[in-house]
Design a protein around this ligand. Structure first.
Ligand SMILES: Cc1ncc(COP(=O)(O)O)c(C=O)c1O
Length: 396
């Protein structure tokens, strides 16, 4: 991968025709170190957020040794990329063949489930293995989060006791896991979920060895500026400490977004301007799925030399495909004199950005290059080296 000093340098020197993914290995390593040093337990990276092998290697470099995988393709990918990593198969509804391959070929020992059927499936697929860590997924509220994960998976508290007891019978280690929804804007999400975990443990009267608080840790986007992650960690630590679990019980988390968002941004070119609408060369079927489908706003910057001093106005974007759905409403704040041929960096796309890309209509991304400048916003950098963001903090 080619290395460049800055996003602006890529725009000026390459003048790329296709969108370019800009990756920042140092940002991924910083996020990984933050979690491995400060989270009061073990941090698993949720691979679905961004399965790029380069990112996986950087997170490993930053100390992340455990990975939450949700499909057999992710199991194979992580096993090939990081042969020494520990994999946890945390999708509550798996193909029986996937469980068997994960167990027998890739050494996976940790699985999640939210039904008796899935428990039976795991027992069958592993030939009644006795070395399993089985995590029962509890349904919790997504009220504090921007993206709900409360409907599809999770056993209700009222039905949890029999499943916990049945799982305890076959598991070497019993876990309880949950997901508060993605981009949880308040630490209270975890406090409330842990209260539900307590009720489940009390009602089942089982010994619990692992409490896995899942993902949901936020990143920073325009209009979404969470409190410091340390406050989340503090609330989780307190909630965990008060649970009726064994002294040796482990606390886990599975961040996807928080570990990957700052890793990547996308450099796009403006192909046409129509009033306050910009036609750009990436969109809803590319890295901007969330911007199109759930109206998420991302930080943007016009990369032009000399710099524009025009006042900023709000733009919407059209992507490159031929349908109206390829539209990102924004508003995205950019200097009023943006023109066709200009380059725009769209930031914080390391999580659920590049990972969502398709080749629909023949539009896909071009190169991926490394840049050494800082991400457009950060949950980590202000704490560490505030001076570094100077001149690069984009209006959120
Ligand atoms: C089981 C599980 N763990 C972790 C994550 C990662 O969540 P986030 O990216 O919000 O941290 C997800 C996301 O869907 C998930 O389903």
């Amino acid at each position: 991968m080619h290395k460049h000093h800055s996003a602006l340098g890529v725009a000026s020197s390459l003048r790329p025709v296709q969108p370019v993914t800009l990756v920042r290995p140092h940002a991924a390593q910083r996020a990984a170190r933050f979690f491995t040093e400060k989270f009061p337990g073990r941090s698993l990276y949720a691979v679905k957020a961004n399965p790029s092998p380069d990112l996986l290697l950087n997170l490993w470099e930053g100390g992340v040794t455990h990975y939450d995988v949700a499909s057999i393709a992710e199991v194979r990918l992580v096993h090939d990329t990081l042969p020494e990593a520990t994999l946890c198969f945390m999708h509550p509804v798996k193909a029986e063949e996937a469980i068997a391959e994960a167990y027998f070929t890739h050494g996976v020992r940790t699985f999640s489930l939210d039904s008796q059927e899935e428990l039976d499936k795991i027992v069958r697929a592993t030939n009644g293995a006795t070395d399993l860590t089985l995590c029962v997924r509890l349904r919790v509220s997504s009220d504090h989060s921007k993206l709900s994960l409360a409907s599809k998976f999770g056993v209700d508290l009222a039905d949890a006791a029999p499943l916990l007891m049945a799982t305890r019978q076959v598991a070497d280690a019993l876990g309880i896991c949950f997901h508060v929804g993605s981009q949880a804007m308040s630490p209270a999400a975890y406090a409330e979920a842990l209260t539900r975990v307590r009720a489940a443990i009390v009602s089942a009267a089982v010994t619990v060895d692992v409490v896995d608080v899942g993902g949901g840790f936020p990143s920073v986007y325009p209009g979404m500026e969470p409190v410091a992650l340390e406050q989340y960690f503090h609330v989780i630590h307190e909630g965990f400490e008060s649970l009726p679990v064994s002294y040796s019980a482990e606390l886990w988390c599975e961040p996807g977004r928080a570990l990957s968002a700052e890793y990547a941004s996308v450099l796009v070119r403006v192909e046409r301007r129509r009033g306050d609408e910009l036609y750009i060369n990436d969109g809803a079927y590319g890295a901007l799925f969330d911007a199109a489908h759930i109206g998420w706003r991302f930080p943007v910057a016009l990369l032009r030399e000399p710099e524009s001093h025009a006042k900023t106005i709000g733009f919407s974007f059209y992507g490159p495909t031929c349908d109206d759905m390829d539209r990102m409403a924004g508003p995205f704040e950019l200097p009023a004199d943006v023109q066709p041929g200009d380059y725009i960096e769209i930031g914080m796309l390391g999580a659920y950005g590049s990972a969502m890309r398709t080749a629909f209509n023949g539009f896909t991304n071009g190169e991926t290059v490394i840049v050494e400048d800082e991400p457009m916003a950060s949950l980590y950098i202000e704490l560490a080296e505030p001076a570094k963001l100077a001149g690069r903090v984009i209006k959120l």
